[in-house]
Design a protein around this ligand. Structure first.
Ligand SMILES: *Cc1c(COP(=O)(O)O)cnc(C)c1O
Length: 438
């Protein structure tokens, strides 16, 4: 039998290939990064469009409405927003939103201490300085710390990241923003199709920003969408997105006279969405609610199984929250870092890809605030303690419910084994301690 390493031995590169007493452990064969194909109707539309050659959003024939405009109109209708704008990425959406509400060089912007790197990146891109706010065990912004940091920093803008699809109490949060006179911009990269109390995410702030990058909820490779009811902000973002003097063709935007005082003073920061991407997104947007239900069936299955394991702690999902379970997060409070690292290596050897927010060096998409050395260093003890235990796993729609059962079995098996290792090592240490004369 392969010896089980004690917690003092540090990380192991891979799990033992075979384990005599346990028999060959079951292995999952699916891919955690494999998305579904683009729907056939979307492919057909894209092929038709390529035959015309008119891929640029302003390259329309007489009486033709571009795919980009149609997507904007449909997204505005789906979210109930007055205006919508399609751009090249979620990150570009965030940076032009900040610029449109007046964030400039040296301005402080509040944001979650737990988010993805393009969020502090967007703040840095306009010369702003991120002020990082603690999160709670449920992975949402801590409202007490938000109020304290807003007062202490003098920041006028909150860029709220609904990181990994977890929504804060949006009624309490918007009331707090009103009290603190904070302009709210929502980063909805993981909440397209989500809602709080029935109101779509992205509709609580002055501006809502979305991503259509491959790993989000609709897939155009890269892409972003912005919604707002604010005519002036949308006029600025339209020019910022690179509208040249063709802003009147933004039929999902404000009327042309809104641009009068804006069109010449606002820089063109080219970031338009093209018709090809818009064409493949429109049929996906139409299916978003059905996709959410499919994601939540997978999420429910994994969460139900993991929730039965006492070592695993899942974040609460409040009743008011309609979420899209495209990924799942859980904490392992009883395990020390080496045991977590070993558990992840063993899961990986059994085909289950887990991400961890604990390691010193960022891996792939997973990074935390201490790695963003372009941001002034900040002390976030609560967030750091949570991230040290936090595991993250994607749930692509190519998985079946049976796949989810198997994945959950493997995780529980390895978490139990890692906890057993920890207990064994602790008992050994205690025995050793007892044996040493005082
Ligand atoms: C993906 C993501 C973004 C940025 O989206 P891109 O389209 O990749 O620029 C912003 N915030 C969060 C939380 C994300 O996950």
């Amino acid at each position: 039998m392969t010896p089980i390493p004690s917690i003092d031995q540090g990380p192991r590169p891979a799990a033992p290939a075979d384990d005599g007493e346990r028999g060959a452990p079951e292995r999952f064969d699916g891919s955690f990064t494999q998305q579904e194909p683009i729907p056939e109707d979307a492919i057909a539309r894209a092929v038709d469009l390529m035959r015309t050659g008119r891929l640029h959003r302003y390259n329309t024939g007489p009486d033709e409405t571009s795919e980009a405009v149609l997507l904007e109109q449909e997204f505005a209708a789906a979210t109930g927003a007055r205006y919508a704008l399609a751009v090249t990425s979620g990150g570009h959406a965030l940076s032009i939103a900040l610029r449109a509400v007046g964030v400039g060089h040296g301005d402080r912007v509040l944001t979650n201490g737990f988010t993805l790197a393009p969020v502090p990146g967007a703040i840095a891109s306009v010369g702003g300085e991120p002020v990082l706010v603690e999160i709670t065990d449920d992975l949402v912004i801590d409202l007490g710390d938000l109020a304290a940091k807003a007062r202490a920093s003098g920041a006028r803008v909150l860029m709220l990241s609904h990181m990994r699809g977890h929504l804060a109490d949006m009624h309490a949060l918007t009331a707090l923003c009103r009290d603190l006179d904070l302009t709210l911009i929502e980063d909805c990269a993981h909440t397209m199709g989500a809602a709080w109390g029935g109101t779509p995410s992205g509709r609580f702030g002055q501006i809502g920003c979305f991503s259509t990058q491959t790993y989000k909820h609709i897939n155009s490779g890269e892409g972003g969408l912005i919604i707002t009811d604010d005519a002036e902000a949308m006029a600025r973002m339209t020019v910022l997105s690179g509208s040249y003097m063709l802003y009147a063709r933004h039929e999902a935007g404000p009327p042309p006279e809104t641009f009068d005082g804006i069109r010449l003073e606002t820089p063109n920061c080219s970031g338009r969405m093209d018709n090809l991407r818009a064409a493949i997104l429109r049929p996906q947007l139409a299916r978003l609610d059905a996709q959410r239900d499919r994601w939540n069936a997978l999420y429910g299955r994994v969460a139900g199984a993991l929730g039965s394991c006492p070592e695993i702690v899942l974040p609460n999902r409040p009743r008011a929250e309609t979420y899209v379970g495209s990924s799942i997060q859980f904490r392992l409070p009883a395990l020390a870092a080496p045991a977590i690292e070993r558990m992840i290596a063993r899961c990986s050897a059994r085909g289950v890809d887990l991400k961890w927010f604990g390691p010193a060096d960022p891996v792939a998409f997973t990074s935390r605030h201490v790695s963003w050395t372009f941001v002034p260093p900040q002390s976030l003890p609560a967030t750091d303690a949570i991230l040290a235990q936090l595991i993250d796993m994607r749930l692509p729609l190519t998985f079946s419910v049976d796949d989810c059962n198997q994945i959950a079995r493997i995780i529980i098996d390895e978490v139990r084994r890692a906890s057993g290792d920890t207990e064994t090592a602790l008992t050994e240490k205690m025995k050793q301690a007892e044996g040493v004369p005082a």
